[in-house]
Design a protein around this ligand. Structure first.
Ligand code: DGL
Length: 267
């Protein structure tokens, strides 16, 4: 057993989609969440910058004595998982492989769509992971850059979100995919809008669910689960206090959250 907290980080509030699944699947685990709200977006930055920023996030979590770090951010998982694994002596969990596993398990017609930030799409991490599992599967991808801003603005269920989704998804729709991976932490907050545009026959994959299962498996295998009987504590940290993190985060998690601001540059 290991009663230290699990660390989770993302470039902003999107990683709360992973926290939500961890709370459901591992309710006894304490969590330290860090959202790099001062430096979002990561999705449009170079690999070098993403690696630098995310290494500071992991250092912050290590200073909080976490037992593992979950890289909730798809952009970081896609572009920087290897350099980060080489840098830190700590179990790191990426969202890419769990998302790819779920998509391959779900597709019936062997045609999968991937949407994500430009960094994630450019990395080809999802198509590579999927085709490694099954080379027969055809993958169609699209960077949907504006989705992150729409979510951060609290506009997930508006006409603006719908029209933007229609425009971004029209090519993937034409490809007759039966499965679509929401390859960015923010996109599950747009699930209703994306599902309306894609139609009910397309299954949406939220990698957060399989990622939380993967965390459970790793902790079980290394005998690292929390066996305490006190209520789990979840602490939230950000690098800049904005309205949206607490407001949208509280709405999404269905509980009031408050975040403490820290200086991430000094990590
Ligand atoms: N959290 C990022 C991801 O999952 C999206 C937001 C960003 O661009 O930083 O890819």
């Amino acid at each position: 057993m290991d009663n230290r907290p699990i660390g989770v980080f993302d470039s902003g509030l999107g990683g709360l989609t992973v926290v939500k699944e961890l709370m459901r699947i591992l309710p006894a685990e304490d969590i330290i969440y860090f959202g790099d709200t001062a430096r979002i977006p990561y999705g449009t930055r170079s690999r070098k910058m993403v690696t630098k920023y995310s290494s500071q996030c992991i250092r912050f979590l290590l200073n909080k004595n976490v037992k593992m770090a979950v890289i909730a951010c798809n952009t970081v998982s896609a572009s920087s998982f290897e350099p980060l694994s080489a840098m830190f002596d700590l179990p790191l969990v990426s969202v890419i492989q769990p998302g790819a596993n779920a998509a391959v398990g779900a597709t019936q017609n062997g045609r999968i769509g991937i949407i994500g930030t430009s960094g994630t799409i450019r990395s080809r991490a999802y198509p590579n992971a999927i085709q490694k599992l099954n080379p027969q599967i055809e993958v169609f991808d699209k960077a949907c850059t504006l989705f992150v801003s729409i979510v951060e603005e609290g506009w997930s269920d508006t006409k603006v979100a719908f029209l933007t989704a229609e425009e971004y998804l029209k090519d993937i729709k034409k490809q007759d995919v039966d499965t679509l991976v929401l390859g960015c932490t923010h996109y599950p907050l747009l699930e209703n809008t994306i599902s309306t545009v894609m139609g009910s026959s397309v299954q949406l994959i939220n990698p957060a669910i399989n990622t939380a299962e993967q965390v459970k498996k790793i902790l079980t295998d290394i005998n690292g689960l929390n066996n305490g009987d006190k209520e789990a504590e979840i602490l939230y940290y950000v690098s800049d206090i904005g309205q949206s993190f607490q407001k949208i985060g509280s709405h999404f998690l269905g509980r009031k959250i408050t975040a403490e601001c820290i200086d991430i540059e000094s990590q």
